[in-house]
Design a protein around this ligand. Structure first.
Ligand code: BG6
Length: 462
């Protein structure tokens, strides 16, 4: 072990158990770059390290992408220390500093796996820890709850950490097929030459989830689908799908290309032709949800990008909780052929759970006929590339942070632009009293979301 530390604030939370520990376990097992760091788990509960590891063991067993073995876990758990501390108590950071000194730990990565309202308190507390300000900090989304709170948070964090040491996670950027979009687009002339509004009728980003809000009522009820999923994950996908080829493959060039898309999002005028909101029946019975809450658990949007490439092509986005499936899919619907009876070509990038590419095109039906039928070419990468070789999103992102690679992290100006858009959308729909339609759990959501497209002669690709 060396003297570098990976400290997790919020060490007994869901994110740590479900995502971070399994990711770190895998990195340990594959001897990845975090393999010799000490892992300091900060939590309020009265655990010993031994007790914590025995709890962590069950989560790692369940969520690790690599097969669990006692030997690997033992090896991994030797690097874990549970450190009991109330991170909202600023006076407790002196002792944390003592702890680091005693163990000669200095090269820090701090992971804030806590609600964003604690970010600035922890950053302030860390001013009492020697060397902490030269360390890196990884922040979970959401970054703020709206534009104003995000700005404030940014100012507070940049007071303490330098901008290049702040890593804002959007774990969608670690997903294999999201990183594949650029390759698929730009390395295939058959796609790149057609990637514009002249040939593409609509672009659809779908991210339905079958889970409800589970134990996150307090957070979710104040957030809703637009802030929880659209402002960050789905806008990231949108800007990657729509961006121009970045001048170089550097994080700055890539972010600039994405930012140009966010800037070109057409301001919404007609909210009823832009947004459909829904809420699943039974949402009010969820823990910590207000009895009359109108928070949306479903959102469908129709957006436009005002630039030369995308003029006139709608970008449809939909996401929601307690729907009939969990998947993330990107559908590119090409304009119809001049042959009237030929169905439209469709390209689907399957992001999750299955990973791959699906292409629908037309051929002649075999036999003595001129009938046109659809051929469906379905490439499933997840079936032939063993998942063992595909690092989970968190593994990749932690590794990228250690290697100082900012390519797949959200940048502050992206966050600022997307909050700005979502805040305005919020204001407009509140002002216009847009209804929030109820939908039955485990269906495809409110039927008004179909109407949103049907009225323009389009429909969702399922
Ligand atoms: C999180 C959202 O950022 O992403 C959750 O807060 C959502 O509400 C989750 O369930 C979805 O992530 P994934 O990787 O399961 O698609």
């Amino acid at each position: 072990m060396n003297n570098s530390a990976f400290t997790i604030f919020g060490g007994t939370g869901d994110l740590t158990f479900r995502k971070l520990l399994p990711a770190l376990y895998n990195m340990n097992t594959t001897k990845g770059p975090a393999a010799d760091r000490q892992i300091i788990i900060i939590g309020r509960r009265d655990y010993t390290t031994e007790k914590y590891c025995s709890i962590a063991q069950d989560w790692v067993k369940k969520f690790s992408r690599l097969p669990y073995t006692d030997k690997d876990f033992k090896n991994f758990s030797q690097r874990i220390t549970y450190y009991k501390m109330d991170f909202t108590n600023l006076s407790s950071y002196d002792q944390l500093d003592e702890y680091y000194k005693r163990h000669d730990l200095s090269q820090h990565i701090f992971y804030f796996a806590v609600a964003p309202r604690f970010f600035s308190t922890i950053a302030e507390g860390l001013t009492n820890v020697s060397h902490a300000c030269h360390g890196k900090v990884i922040l979970e989304k959401p970054f703020g709850a709206d534009l104003d709170s995000a700005k404030l948070l940014n100012i507070q964090l940049e007071k303490f950490f330098s901008a290049e040491n702040i890593f804002r996670i959007d774990h969608y950027l670690g997903k294999e097929m999201i990183r594949n979009i650029q390759t698929l687009r730009f390395s295939n002339p058959i796609f790149s030459n057609l990637w514009n509004s002249r040939y593409i009728e609509s672009v659809q980003i779908s991210a339905p989830e079958d889970m409800g809000i589970e134990s996150r009522g307090g957070y979710y009820d104040a957030s809703g689908a637009l802030r929880d999923m659209v402002q960050n994950h789905l806008f990231q996908i949108l800007s990657i799908v729509a961006m121009e080829w970045p001048e170089q493959l550097s994080s700055t060039a890539m972010h600039d290309a994405q930012i140009r898309i966010l800037r070109a999002l057409r301001p919404v005028k007609n909210i009823r032709e832009t947004l459909v909101l829904g809420q699943y029946k039974g949402y009010h019975q969820e823990r910590l949800v207000k009895p009359n809450s109108t928070t949306e658990t479903y959102a469908a949007l129709r957006l436009f990008i005002d630039n030369e490439r995308w003029w006139g092509t709608p970008f449809y986005i939909r996401t929601g909780k307690k729907l009939n499936r969990r998947e993330i899919k990107l559908a590119i619907v090409f304009r119809p052929s001049f042959l009237e009876k030929a169905p439209q070509n469709i390209l689907i990038i399957k992001i999750q759970p299955s990973e791959g590419v699906y292409l629908q095109f037309n051929i002649k039906k075999p036999g003595d006929t001129d009938e046109i039928i659809q051929a469906k070419m379905d490439f499933s990468q997840s079936e032939y590339v063993k998942r063992l070789n595909t690092p989970e999103a968190y593994e990749r992102l932690i590794k990228a942070c250690i290697n100082n690679n900012k390519l797949w992290f959200s940048q502050w100006d992206q966050i600022e632009l997307s909050w700005n858009f979502i805040d305005k959308l919020h204001e407009l729909y509140k002002w216009e009293h847009l209804p929030v339609f109820k939908y039955e759990p485990f269906t495809s959501g409110p039927e008004q979301a179909d109407e949103l497209l049907n009225q323009f002669g389009h429909s969702w690709i399922d």
